[in-house]
Design a binder for this molecule. Structure first.
Ligand code: HBI
Ligand code: FE
Length: 287
């Protein structure tokens, strides 16, 4: 996820933004969005955290076609002060953090081809906008994302970006959240993936581990497979309070002395959620 080129490509501004050029999308491109949208929403009605589903509606993303970032931003501004800006693809870490710290979410403006509905290397408008933007309508999640941007700018000075990036990966991209008696999806990488939005909740194989900041920051991740395990948060309030409101300076120093963990590693201290279909969460967790 790290892009090292320092200069924006021709046609991009110094902050790497480009015009979305919404009027230039073809009917075929809008149709790819509609197809992906229908397929995901069919799965997510029962699986996504309810705040994601209400965000889709609050932002007018239930209308057909690729969203127009200007209209989306108008609605988002009113709700949480965020906006969506277009970029050509991955941007350097510092640029990414600077946008988030200022409540601007960067989104690719291109869309995958109809032949490539399931896998692509670079985040396109479906992943970035469908996956990430609805939860930006949630005030606490919105604060968490801004705090991540600020934390990123600080992590650069500590040389600790890779640890902070793991927090992002295991929450913003691939996080699960507990909702009463069951688990639901909130990570954008899962929400925008047909296969993983089923696998992450339904497959008995991947351990589902209660979120722990130190554990998460030590855990490496894979980018080209379904995740080998998932971390489960209790609430967005909890996540914000227990992570980005903590002073990471001493934490980074403490973690320097501990080995990184492979994605597949199990720790005796892990608190595991029961495999799907075994016992209700409430009895398994004694809640
Ligand atoms: N650029 N466009 C874009 N999208 C991302 O999610 C992104 C990025 N650049 C860097 C980055 N993510 C991550 O590596 C940081 O969280 C560390
Ligand atoms: Fe993403």
């Amino acid at each position: 996820m790290t892009q090292n080129a320092l200069l924006p490509p021709a046609g991009a501004a110094s902050d790497w933004t480009i015009p979305q050029r919404w009027a230039r999308y073809t009917d075929a491109e809008h149709a790819v969005w509609d197809q992906l949208y229908a397929r995901q929403m069919g799965l997510l009605a029962e699986r996504a955290v309810p705040d994601f589903l209400s965000g889709v509606v609050a932002l007018g993303m239930n209308a057909p076609g690729i969203p127009d970032f200007e209209r989306l931003s108008t609605r988002l501004q009113r709700l949480t002060g965020w906006s969506v800006v277009a970029v050509p693809g991955l941007v350097p870490d510092a640029v990414f953090f600077e946008h988030l710290a200022n409540r601007r979410f960067v989104a690719g403006n291109f869309i995958r081809s109809a032949e490539q509905l399931d896998y692509l290397q670079e985040p396109d408008v479906f992943h970035d906008v469908f996956g990430h933007v609805p939860l930006l309508a949630h005030p606490v999640y919105a604060d968490y994302m801004q705090a991540y941007g600020r934390g990123g700018l600080r992590a650069m000075r500590f040389g600790a970006i890779h640890k902070l990036a793991r927090l992002y990966w295991h929450t913003v991209e691939f996080g699960l959240i507990r909702d009463g008696d069951r688990l639901r999806l909130f990570g954008a990488g899962i929400l925008s993936s047909f296969g993983e939005s089923q696998y992450a909740l339904d497959d008995p194989a991947p351990p589902r581990i209660a979120f722990d900041l130190r554990r998460v920051m030590r855990t490496e991740y894979v980018i080209d497979h379904f995740q080998s395990h998932y971390f489960v948060i209790d609430s967005f309030e909890d996540l914000l309070r227990n992570t980005l409101e903590v002073d990471f300076g001493p934490l980074y120093a403490e973690l320097e002395g501990l080995p990184d963990l492979q994605p597949s590693a199990a720790l005796p201290s892990d608190v595991l959620y029961p495999a799907p279909g075994s016992v209700p969460l409430s009895s398994a967790l004694g809640a």
